[in-house]
Design a binder for this molecule. Structure first.
Ligand code: ADP
Length: 464
């Protein structure tokens, strides 16, 4: 198989050879035709002059063929001709030697008076053909026409030589242009192939498992865009791979901690080192709840990833949704000594959401807010309607999130303070699940946070 480079160079060569060859051919044809037209015109003008002189001298065409016809046949006239009286014998003979005529003369009626080729003496030519001829005018009267039946074969050696030189120059120019075209083709091909070669090498590396590859972006054209997209894809791939590895490690870690506790308790109970008290069973139960919660979260995420988390949408006024969730958490908020308030218009336009999933989203946000908001703090649930969307906002006056962590908090297993999760019970999957659910609703979730001042999560749901 030939390489792309060879193919491109061949395409350049073929295109330039064809293009320049065809142009050179047509230019040559044009030059020859124009040149011939010019020569014919020149000669015909002289010929018409001679015919006019003859006619104005003799007032008739009679005998004209004896003088002009032999010239048509390239026979030098022998002896004296009536026209010699007009010019002197050497004058006209000189012109005759320099030129060879190829013309027919017909009289005003179209009858041939100077024959040539198929045009026989006395033959009548059709009027349309006669009218195409050059008129011979004597005393303001058209007395005949000069026809030009043949357009080639009349050049003299000097003229032939001139045309040959023109063709040679044209050929030379074509060769020079073709050489330049091929050189430019080779350079362009080299420039085009280079990024493709780099991309191929990088793709081979990716296929070999080295996912993080970057190729230089050398242009803004399609190949440049391809290189740019490849770089992005490779970075995403490497990141996804790293996340996957991280996630497996995180899952293992999160499973191990409660399992170690459970296993330790069970061992001690089996060996009767510990007595089976309700408190101990309560601890065991709590650990299994953590495990169940984790498995449940993972299941939800895998469903969302596979696109199998179906939504059971219904219309609901945002205020009703917020009131419903707030009511569930009111007691817990009071226990934390945190006030939980709802600020939303009752007549705002309804949103079309899966109420169960949205409740899950808001519950997660509120339980996070409760976790990070100190006593005397406030959690505000509100909604506002813009032209294109409805926003649901969960704001707290808690510890806030360090700006360095902010871009990552929606990632799976991401915890700002990983050592605190056991104590606070978070798996680091909550916000990832929230994001998946909101995106399933074609919405977005953003976060704004000021450390020690509070955090605000904004869910934007486009109008149905
Ligand atoms: P977790 O299950 O650990 O809470 P999330 O995904 O819900 O995991 O949250 C990720 C991290 O974001 C948390 O570890 C926490 O540090 C931070 N975070 C979430 N919500 C808040 C909030 N309201 N205030 C401060 N930090 C928050």
């Amino acid at each position: 198989m030939r390489s792309l480079r060879v193919k491109l160079i061949m395409a350049f060569v073929l295109t330039s050879v064809l293009g320049i060859g065809i142009s050179a051919f047509f230019i040559q044809q044009f030059v020859v035709r124009e040149f011939d037209d010019y020569v014919i015109n020149q000669r015909r003008t002289t010929f018409v002059d001679e015919a006019r002189t003859y006619y104005s001298t003799y007032r008739s065409w009679a005998g004209v063929e004896r003088w002009l016809a032999p010239m048509n046949n390239d026979n030098s006239p022998k002896g004296k001709s009536p026209a010699d009286d007009l010019h002197g014998p050497n004058d006209f003979a000189g012109k005759r030697d320099a030129m060879r005529w190829f013309f027919v003369v017909v009289d005003a009626d179209g009858r041939v008076v100077v024959p040539f080729q198929n045009y026989r003496l006395g033959q009548l030519v059709p009027p349309y053909e006669r009218d195409q001829g050059k008129p011979v005018v004597v005393d303001a009267q058209t007395v005949g026409y000069v026809l030009t039946p043949q357009r080639g074969g009349f050049r003299n050696p000097a003229e032939e030589d001139y045309l040959a030189r023109t063709s040679r120059a044209l050929g030379l120019a074509a060769i020079v242009v073709m050489t330049i075209a091929v050189l430019v083709g080779i350079i362009l091909t080299r420039l085009m192939i280079r990024p493709l070669r780099e991309l191929t090498a990088a793709i081979q590396q990716v296929a070999g498992g080295k996912l993080q590859q970057q190729v230089p972006v050398r242009s803004r054209d399609e190949i440049g865009i391809l290189a740019m997209q490849f770089n992005r894809m490779s970075a995403d791939l490497a990141r996804a791979n790293q996340l996957r590895q991280q996630m497996t490690a995180d899952i293992a870690h999160d499973l191990r901690t409660p399992l170690t506790v459970i296993s330790g308790y069970l061992e001690s109970l089996r060996d009767k080192v510990l007595k089976p008290t309700p408190e101990r069973f309560a601890t065991l139960y709590a650990e299994t709840q953590i495990l169940l919660h984790l498995v449940d979260d993972l299941h939800t995420l895998s469903l969302a990833d596979a696109g199998e988390l179906t939504l059971n949408r219904q219309f609901i006024i945002p205020r009703d949704l917020l009131d419903h969730v707030a009511a569930t958490y009111q007691h817990s908020a009071e226990q934390h000594n945190v006030s939980l308030v709802v600020q939303a218009h009752e007549d705002a336009s309804p949103i079309n959401v899966d109420v169960e999933q949205m409740t899950r989203v808001l519950s997660n946000l509120i339980s996070n807010a409760l976790r990070y908001t100190p006593p005397q703090g406030q959690i505000t649930l509100s909604s506002r309607t813009t032209e294109t969307a409805t926003q649901i906002i969960v704001a707290d006056t808690g510890s806030g999130i360090d700006p360095a962590h902010l871009p990552n908090i929606f990632e799976r297993f991401y915890r700002v303070d990983s050592s605190r999760h056991q104590e606070t019970g978070g798996s680091g999957l909550g916000l990832a699940i929230i994001k998946s659910i909101v995106e399933l609703h074609a919405g977005t979730i953003t976060v704004e946070s000021v450390p020690e001042r509070g955090t605000t999560f904004i869910i934007t749901l486009p109008h149905p």
